[in-house]
Write a protein that binds this ligand. Structure first.
Ligand SMILES: [Zn+2]
Length: 174
């Protein structure tokens, strides 16, 4: 499979096509920029290789620890991390779950610290309501291009892996 460096190069090569494709579709400069940034994020930091100690993983700095359970849960190049659609869906789901757990634990600890009786049910309800409010406040076109951009960055990785593996198999069979 291609090295981390090659994957990064592919991601950077996609910057211009992503921007122009997004602009052709939306005719909005800001939305197209968002799509491009999301693609960069998907390729450089939110890609399939978060399932190993990769460049993508180390780019999270200390926060990379949140990806340790992910690496334990899924084996490298499994469908859950490298699946062209499943991979991104699982990663977004996993990331949201981790953020929710961190938020919940923080609020719970804060209430304990303030000598209040923590109410997990109320905390969960509040957290859900706040999350829905935040999501609703994001314009739909921004939300869509962000998701598509993230997916594209990761999909380019899976495709590059797939092409290299197939190519190697063909060479071997010759
Ligand atoms: Zn990979």
């Amino acid at each position: 499979m291609p090295s981390g460096k090659t994957h990064d190069r592919i991601t950077f090569l996609l910057v211009v096509p992503t921007f122009f494709a997004a602009y052709a579709l939306t005719r909005q400069l800001e939305v197209s920029l968002f799509a491009t940034l999301a693609m960069l994020f998907g390729g450089l930091m939110f890609g399939p290789d978060l399932d190993i100690s990769s460049r993508q993983y180390y780019r999270w700095g200390y926060l990379r620890l949140i990806w340790l359970p992910y690496q334990r849960l899924f084996s490298h190049r499994s469908i859950f991390t490298h699946g062209i659609f499943v991979g991104t869906v699982v990663r977004i789901g996993y990331f949201c779950l981790v953020v929710a757990l961190i938020a919940l634990t923080s609020f719970y600890s804060l209430q304990l610290f303030e000598h209040k009786e923590p109410n997990v049910e109320a905390l969960l309800r509040n957290l859900t309501i706040q999350t829905i409010r935040v999501i609703q406040s994001i314009p739909l076109d921004y939300l869509i291009v962000t998701l598509v951009g993230i997916w594209l960055g990761a999909a380019s990785h899976t495709l590059a892996d797939l092409i290299t593996t197939t190519f190697k198999q063909i060479i071997k069979s010759l």
